[in-house]
Write a protein that binds this ligand. Structure first.
Ligand code: UDP
Length: 423
């Protein structure tokens, strides 16, 4: 038995109910939670499945009447890095099947997130009729070209990403750039739709720069450069810090570099944060630089609004939620000219794009915006408009809603004609 309106979002490694902004909890978690929430408002019963990463966690978190996070057992209830999770996935599949059995129905559609969950979806599909939609969030074939240490799981990941693209009912690329990467580096086969990530246009952009600075105790005439995100070498924070050392404005009074984002004590992000702090010290930038730690939902809109410029210096970025959150907050973005950032940031209109790792390029771009507040405001307004038109969660969920409806109708038509043929 299936329940027509019930769908499952599967995100084994990215818990949608987790605190965002530290080791491995970033854009994917936000995407699953916000898409789930918005789809529930559009009439779906949404169950979002993840794994326990601590024994204290609740089995079920109810986000809204029709949207909940459900945690299943997959390995020990502790943090396990993505590269070490694969062996626990068969247990997750069994737990999911048991959950369906207890509920007395099978989900007719699942939307899987990241390659680990794509494997879960493909396994489930061997045992029950279902439509599988998949969002990668990151492609091994692209990521591995940008990092020094390739993990042992790499070959398995690449093979699964290829099988997924070639066989699932629909893959979502979150930008035209990701679409092209899939076809160039993964496989020319596959059914791909481009549906971007989104952001909360009500939450961001409601507070003016002056009020935000007052709330954060930042001087009204300060020059504020802001980064927020996980401490991961591929985020390129080192490039930003070295660019600030080259900025012509950094010796001005009230120059501030704010590097937001949390980390798990002893985790890999802790190591990266310490490395960045050492570079800040080595370049004698300590007087201008602050590390406020993880920024929660309440303060995040204030930081974006308070900044003159938000910098996203990633070496690889499949989408990059931070860029559209800043744009929604009317703050221009200086970003690396890679991946989804080439789609979200319109150069000279909503911000500037710079070659990744180009410290002088970043310094020049940041200085151009800091020295021209009128242009900063124009870029900010244009960014806000772009996000309202293209990147609200409602519009993203609406497009997913149409896609799910279409795929479910197609699959029931196929199974009806198979039943008739067999009769
Ligand atoms: N984030 C947050 N608090 C922090 C750091 C990050 O809430 O201290 C959020 C940020 O607002 C964004 C997400 O984490 O929504 C990061 O997503 P992005 O796509 O930029 O990067 P990812 O983590 O997926 O690499």
């Amino acid at each position: 038995m299936t329940h027509k309106n019930c769908i499952a979002l599967i995100s084994v490694d990215g818990d949608p109910a987790a605190e965002i902004g530290q080791e491995e909890a970033g854009g994917q978690n936000v995407y699953v939670r916000q898409v789930g929430y918005a789809l529930a408002q559009q009439g779906w019963q949404v169950d979002m499945f993840t794994r326990y990463s601590s024994p204290q966690q609740a089995a079920i978190v109810q986000h809204s009447p029709n949207c909940r996070t459900i945690r299943l057992k997959a390995g020990p209830a502790e943090f396990i890095g993505r590269d070490d999770l694969f062996d626990y996935l068969p247990e997750f599949v069994t737990e999911f099947q048991n959950f369906q059995q207890i509920q007395g129905f099978q989900y007719p559609l699942i939307h899987t997130n990241y390659w680990l969950s794509s494997w879960v979806g493909m396994e489930l599909k061997k045992h029950q009729p279902l439509v599988q939609v998949h969002t990668y969030h990151s492609l091994g074939a692209v990521k591995y070209n940008t990092i020094a240490n390739i993990p042992a799981i790499a070959n398995q990941r690449l093979a699964i990403e290829k099988a997924c693209l070639e066989t699932v009912d629909r893959v979502i690329a979150t930008s035209p750039q990701e679409h092209e990467h899939m076809q160039t580096f993964v496989s020319t086969k596959g059914q791909i739709d481009v549906i971007p990530c989104g952001t909360d246009v009500e939450r961001f952009g409601r507070v003016e720069r002056s009020a935000a600075r007052k709330a954060l105790l930042i001087a009204s005439d300060a020059k504020v450069v802001f980064y927020v995100g996980r401490f991961d070498p591929r985020k390129g924070i080192e490039t930003l810090v070295r660019a600030i050392a080259k900025s012509k404005l950094r010796d001005q009074a009230n120059f501030q570099l704010i590097i937001g984002g949390g980390c798990r004590p002893g985790g890999s992000d802790d190591l990266e944060r310490k490395r960045i702090q050492n570079i800040v010290a080595e370049l004698k930038l300590e007087d201008y630089t602050t590390f406020p730690g993880r920024l929660d939902d309440a303060v995040m809109p204030l930081y974006y609004a308070a900044a003159d410029v938000c910098v996203v210096p990633s070496h690889y970025e499949p989408f990059g939620l931070v860029a559209i959150e800043a744009m929604a907050s009317k703050t221009p973005v200086v970003a690396s000219n890679v991946g989804g950032l080439q789609f979200t940031v319109v150069p000279e209109v909503t911000g500037l794009l710079v070659t990744p790792k180009d410290e002088v390029g970043f310094a020049t771009a940041i200085d151009r915006i800091l020295t021209n507040p009128t242009w900063r405001d124009q870029l900010g307004e244009a960014g806000r408009q772009r996000v309202e038109i293209a990147f609200s969660w409602e519009s993203v969920a609406y497009r997913l809603n149409l896609l799910y409806t279409h795929l479910l109708a197609q699959s029931s038509a196929t199974s009806e004609s198979q039943t008739q043929a067999a009769a």
